[in-house]
Design a protein around this ligand. Sequence first.
Ligand code: NAP
Length: 293
Amino acid sequence: MTIVVTGATGQLGHLVVEHLLRRGADPQDVVATGRDVTKAADLEQRGVRVEQADYSDAARMRAVLEGADRVLLVSGSEVGQRVPQHTTAVEAARDAGVGLLVYTSITHADSSPMQLAQEHRATEQLVRDAGLPWVFLRNGWYLENYTPQIPTYLETGAVVGAAGDGKVSGATRSDYADAAAAVLLADDVTPGTVHELGGPAFTLADLAATVADASGSQVVYRDLPPAELTSVLEGAGLPAPVASMLADSDEGIARGDLEVPTADLERLIGRRPEAMEDVVRAAVAALRAASPA
Ligand SMILES: NC(=O)c1ccc[n+]([C@@H]2O[C@H](COP(=O)([O-])OP(=O)(O)OC[C@H]3O[C@@H](n4cnc5c(N)ncnc54)[C@H](OP(=O)(O)O)[C@@H]3O)[C@@H](O)[C@H]2O)c1
């Protein structure tokens, strides 16, 4: 069985290939694709076939996907450009006769009012319309959206957001990647299945309290109106569209747009997903080890 993992030059896709190998896939059955294939050199060394392919290059995508039994289409990283890019990639998968297309979407993509959900909703629709067998992995927030900010939380004594007391079902990239690997290798995949994936839900106040507890420093959650959060993020140097998108995502958390039960993720990976508390404690311990007081 040939499995193609797109986005394997990025963080999630690379982890998917690692989990495929850990779950026993023959490296020769796995094809890892991306644009900058230098980032997949380690996979090539492990026997995985690495192929350069841009979603926008229809002929190249078709050539790379020809003969593939299962394909993971990792959503592109250029927000605003994803619908045309995904359209070309999905049409290439259809024309190449791919046996199953697995797409990494977003929580509640069909109904979420979040800005970020729009391109995923459009992509899900074009996959449904393409007429090939599909599975949607509606990945929730990565815990890694927060962990790199722990030094800032400690420096400023605050987690700043606009999520109110809404909950986010965050999980590690590695757990989402393991779920994708499980689907790509499963004997009993049911086409047309939607998996809503996320870890144990927490509020941003829970996040602040965990950072405080793990570090012994005072860290509180400071809730701002979305417009004010946008200004703060712009003031910190983020481009205006990114700041506005992050504030919009926090509004989504406040509404519950990124909250799901853990059951789907737990079932696919066969264990409990890593919880925010454990991941934050490990990140704080790693910071301590890197610069002991
Ligand atoms: N759930 C969340 O919290 C969350 C957060 C951020 C992003 N996301 C979404 O999840 C995706 C995967 O996350 P990640 O952390 O792995 O992101 P990442 O590290 O930025 O990786 C993105 C991957 O997509 C590839 N890619 C982007 N545009 C492409 C194109 N036009 N043609 C071919 N390949 C293309 C990149 O290839 P090259 O690097 O080789 O160019 C890279 O391999 C992101 O792209 C984004 O859609 C989700």
